[in-house]
Structures are given as C-alpha cells and as structure tokens.
Design a protein around this ligand. Sequence first.
Ligand code: CTP
Length: 400
Amino acid sequence: MLRGKKILLGISGSIAAYKAAMLTRLFVKQEAEVKVIMTDTAKSFITPLTLSTLSKNPVYSTFEKDDTGIWNNHVELGLWADVLIIAPASANTIAKMAHGICDNLLLATYLSAKCPVFVAPAMDLDMYVHPSNRSNLEQLTSYGNKLIDAGHGELASGLMGQGRLAEPEEIIEKIDTYFSSQEGLQGKQVMITAGPTYEAIDPVRFIGNHSSGKMGYALAEAAAMQGATVILVSGPTSMKIKHPNVIIKPVTTAQEMYDACKDTFPNSDISIMAAAVADYSPEHVHQQKIKKKGDTYQIAMVKTKDIAAELGKIKKEGQITVGFALETENELQNANKKLLSKNFDMIVLNSLNDNGAGFGHDTNKITLIDKDNNTAVFELKDKVQVAKDIIDAIILRTHA
Ligand code: CTP
C-alpha cells in the first residue's frame, strides 16, 4: 500500500529518535520513498549517516543545498512529500509548530508543507500531561494535523506513564490507513434507507411522520462522491438526487422498505439506515374511505418488521451497518442499546433536545458511537457537511 509513496520523516530531539531508524527501514521495506529531515538536537541521539543509509537518500538539516547557494530546500521538500511525519516530535518542536516558530529546516518545511502532517510525540510523562503541551497538541490538531498519540510504558527517565513514542509498526499502520482511506468508497455498494414510511389506513389516509429525507439523501450524495454505487431505498419525499451513481428504489410502506432492503443488502458492503420507519402499521387497510361515525375512532396496529434488526441478524463478516437514533431522553444510553440490539457497527445519535437537530431542519448535531466504544461529538452543521462527516467515519472504519 505504501509503494511509491513519498514519505518525509522529520526527527526532533528525543531519545526516541532511535526508533526513527526502524521506522525508516519499515517504510523502505514497503517500497515507499523516504527523505529525512533532522533538527540539530536529533543528531545527538542518532546519526544522519544511519538514516541516509537506511533511507537511501541524503539527510536534510540546513536550508542550503551544497555549494549551489540555493536556500529553499524547505519549499521543495514540502511540495515533494505525500505525507510529512514528525516522529519523534519533542515538546519543543510541538510548541514551535503550534505557534508558527520557524528556526530550523524541519519547522520551515512543516509551515510550507501542503500534504497531511502526522505528529507522533515523545517525552517524559509530566511534560506530556503539562497543560501547555496538551494545549499545543490541541492547537496542532485544530490545524488539521493528525496526532499519533504517545503510548504508555516505561520511559527513558525510569518513570512509568504516557509519553513513549508510538511503536514504528503502529505509525506505519496509521499512515497505511490514511492512504487506504484516500481511495474512499471506490468499488463499494452502499445501501441507504431514507425518508418516512406511510402506512395506509384507507385509500385516502395514512400514518406517517415528519422525516424529510434530507439526511439520507445527503448521505447518498456524499457516498457517491466518494466513488460508491448507492442504492437509496427511499420513502415518500420531495428530495431529489443529482449524482448519477445513486439508484433510487422508491417505497411507501415499512413492509415495502423491508422487502427492498432484503434484496439489496446481501450485495451491499455498507448499509446506512437513515429512514424513520413506522414501528406499527394498521392491522387492516380499509378498501373504502372510512366514514365519520362516533366521537372516537380506534385503529388496531401491528408491529412492522424492524429492518435494521433483521439485517443485523444476517450480516456477514466484512459488511458494515450504520444506524440512527433520534432520541428525546437518555440519549447515549438509548443509542448504545440500539447499537447492540440491531448489531450496528456504528450509530449516529441526534437528540431533539439540541436546537437545529433532527427532522425537517437543514442542520443536524450528531454524536457518532461505534461498537468499540469510541464516541465523537460533532458541532451543529449543515446536513450536507454532517453526511460527509459520517461517510468519512465509515471510510476510516472500512480500512481499520
Ligand atoms: N429502524 C428500522 N426499521 C424499523 C425501525 C427502525 O430499520 N422498523 C432503524 C432506523 O432506520 C434507525 C434505527 O433502526 O437506523 C433506530 O430507529 P428508531 O426509530 O430510533 O428505533 P426503534 O427501534 O424504532 O426504537 P424507538 O422508536 O422505540 O426509539
């Protein structure tokens, strides 16, 4: 997966710099092209000769090219790289990166780089948890840099705790996952349910709900933009789809939605259940319009099939299912229950207690919970952006 990828490895001053040798070797073994930039302090921990030998390239640490008088190495290197990884990133380097300080080649390259940047910190535990370091790391991630968190264990000082540079294998895996996720959903079939269902009472009346279908349709567009073929099983809605890779299967009732999903599901790599499916349907559909009679009227209702739960039972290894939970109380608890009972890999929680979330709005505020207990809380956003966040999370999961 890393074959031909251009990896720029920045090494700063930390005892963990010795691990950069193994990291370089693993990258080269995977046929990546590796160039190394070292800070002066890093050279006290590992020699440029070791790294140039392992990377099969010169090691960079000054702005000038030999004898040429050209001083813009940093720009060239920044443009060359597919990815910049700073490992180990010392507290000093992290602080400078967070504040735009630029007093060595590594920092200048970081500021020039247009490619994604991964930061793998290494330092002693008290330094790692110090509020100034934590806030610098938060600053870095807020700029879009990706943090490869330090591991726990024995530190060079003899102390035990968090601060160890992530193991080279873990760093390689993160980079590999990143490049895989760039392929998006090419070649994948994604099934999405959207909108409400209408359960007929008689030829002119039905029981429905306020779902607009906006979220499901935005998901369909977002998945198609990532290269997927999308089958959109849609209840009645006025929404329209623009992307040619979305095939709509229009349905009206919960039973029709179930039938369409049952056909589509076995060939789908990913299924997202965004529809607001009726939980109950009238036991009898009157063939003629019901006439007004008494002061009250009762309709006997029977449970519909729980589409998500049924699909959860027949899900095969490698298939991913994602559900929604629209809650009004005990939100996290209810969402977690649904995640388990419907055998979802991930659930999107929205609470009607959040202004601008849920049915009818153009915006939504979601919390993503996966079956490994990872929770991510998102800001209130436009549903188109929310759909992209959900699809990005699913893509990461497909490559995890
Ligand atoms: N769902 C479904 N089929 C149903 C009911 C729900 O596929 N008959 C799916 C929804 O599309 C959603 C998830 O299950 O992805 C949770 O839906 P929700 O209505 O919140 O859950 P219910 O199981 O119906 O629970 P309740 O209405 O009691 O909250």
